[in-house]
Design a protein around this ligand. Structure first.
Ligand code: ADE
Length: 262
């Protein structure tokens, strides 16, 4: 076990030793299942649920290469039967999971739209350096900055050195499409990728002093010619394989390391 680092911040027990608990937060079942299989996770039984009764959230857990992995997915809307994507479910499930599981590290993994003007192509996997919101417009001084909620993600220079991931800023909003006012906010966030969860997961992780990283695979080109929903659905399965590979590489890298080694 490595000695504690001198510059330790207000982090959990892993600051002093090897990372033991990793929480993966994923919005869609299609994105989650390959990782559930890869890490041989099992679904938590109802009687061991850490979530409130009535919440559709789902947790898988297991041991992988010396790590305890929990993977949480907000589940399906009980009325409409579709994945509970977006910031509200992501923040809630992240909050409940951190409170109960006290992870050493959070990996928010998922798909994203990419901007070709910033060099993104379909199938790229990014590690987000920064996150911000693009649909919380509050044009009053200081509230405007609160709405945007820009923050740096937990820095992982050694992961970046070791793995073949692109780096870019992530902008989050509750819509798949991109009306002009979102586009200009995303531009002003200097984002290369856009998703529907990242900044909300980051908000909760920061609030609860838990390091979080954001692994996002590009399914569609937000500044391209094709209709976003069509391109997203067309590429979802293939790009999920790239996401699965990248998250596995990240988890393999994390195994046996301290937070300060990342
Ligand atoms: N996830 C995948 N593609 C996306 C997009 N274009 N916008 C938001 N979230 C996404």
């Amino acid at each position: 076990m490595a000695p504690p680092s001198d510059d330790s911040g207000p982090l959990g027990a892993a600051e002093a030793g090897a990372i033991s608990k990793v929480l993966i937060v994923i919005a869609m079942q299609t994105e989650a299942l390959p990782l559930v299989n890869r890490f041989r996770l099992v679904e938590a039984a109802a009687q061991e649920s850490i979530f409130p009764k009535g919440a559709p959230w789902i947790r898988y857990h297991g041991e992988y290469k010396g790590l305890h992995i929990d993977l949480v997915w907000p589940g399906k809307d009980p009325v409409l039967g579709v994945d509970c994507v977006g910031t509200v479910s992501a923040a809630l499930v992240t909050y409940a999971s951190i409170r109960s599981l006290k992870p050493d590290l959070i990996i928010n993994a998922g798909t994203a739209g990419g901007f070709k003007a910033k060099g993104a192509v379909i199938g790229d996997v990014f590690l987000a350096s920064d996150v911000a919101f693009h649909d919380r417009r509050i044009p009053i001084p200081v509230f405007d900055m609160y709405g945007i909620g820009a923050r740096k993600t937990f820095a992982t220079p050694n992961i970046l050195k070791e793995l073949n991931l692109k780096v870019g800023k992530l902008s989050t909003g509750d819509s798949l499409d991109m009306p002009p006012h979102d586009e200009s906010a995303i531009l002003s966030n200097d984002a290369t990728i856009k998703d529907m969860e990242g900044a909300s997961v980051a908000y909760v992780a920061d609030m609860l002093s838990t390091p979080a990283i954001f692994v996002k695979a590009v399914t569609d080109i937000a500044d391209g010619e094709k209709p976003t929903a069509e391109e997203f659905l067309q590429n979802l399965i293939a790009v999920t394989a790239a996401l699965d590979k990248a998250v596995t590489e990240v988890v393999d890298f994390v195994s046996g390391k301290c937070i300060s080694d990342l």
